[in-house]
Write a protein of this length. Sequence first.
Length: 376
Amino acid sequence: MGIHQIESTKHAKWKPSCGVHTEGRNCKLVHRTSVPSITDQAILILSLCLHVFQGGLVLDDMFTRLRECNKQLLFLITEAIFRSRGEFRFGVISVWGIAGVGKSTFVRTIYNSHDQFEMYGWVNVSHPFNLRDLACSLLLDLHQNGRCFLWLGEKDIDMFRTKDPIQECHKLLHKHKFLIVIDGLQSTEEWDLIKSTLLSGNSESFIIVITNEESVARHCAVEDNFVFNVNGLKADAALYLFIKEDRLLYKQNIDLTPEMIDEAKLIIKKCGGLPKVIVAIGRFMATRSKHAVLWRRFNKKFMHELQTNPGFESLRGLFAWMQSYFHNSPDSLKPCIFYLSIFPRDRSIRRRRLIRRWIAEGYSRDTANNSAEENG
């Protein structure tokens, strides 16, 4: 089944470089279209941080959209920081997008460049979720990165087994000015538990939540304005990344033939704009002979290669997540997803047209509170 783009019947007034998403019948921006006036100190922070966009991060004009998306995220974080400090509470923003789209990479550029906090911590949420494990992982991350040497010594590592790491985290988050990234949150229940135990009370610390789920992102953020959506790469940027990975990793500088470029474009169309998939395929193709026939053969067996070739072991977790996401979807939603296969690949689909087709097929029906069109 091809990857389709669904257009809204109504359009937003401004179309950001990192895209919009539809909510109900309208396109709704998930972040501000302009940055309100902020203090001189905020502008200073921005000037200190923007250097990450001037150097090696952006290697080609085709990455302009990604650079703008990063700048918008930086502006959003800065605004949230200063608003939360004025109210003496934890500042929280959420970053969401499909698995493999590069959410953590975007946040990491900000995390590594921000110098307005006393301490920094990055914790990956393990599942099944355990709050004690999360608190312990956060404390260990701070220690291993040498960011908490003033209060934590080598002999204190065993403290986690004798003292309550949850209470230790709570004390530190309220005593110091932290920037904490919580990566991989899966449910609102997980956030509610973290918030009620670790983030209760006043603090100047700031939290960035990374999740695959839009509903979780909106639940965590203090305001809807502080929700940021990361979309996949556009075709030109995806092709650039594919070719760059092929050449840089194996120190090759062989010009691809027009036939190979055409095959590369066909392969990339099947990647959904996901950098993780594009990089993995670029590395794999770099090990193969530079012949259009071989690339065409790979293209025809694309899914079979991804599922069975050991070279794509790094993608197993991503595909497992996608499969479980589909299987856990409501039964009423699955036919709607399969129905998309009747449309040609790489074509825009009008939202209203798609909903009317669902209604005609009986996939979307009237309920007590909503019409079939509203349910679609």
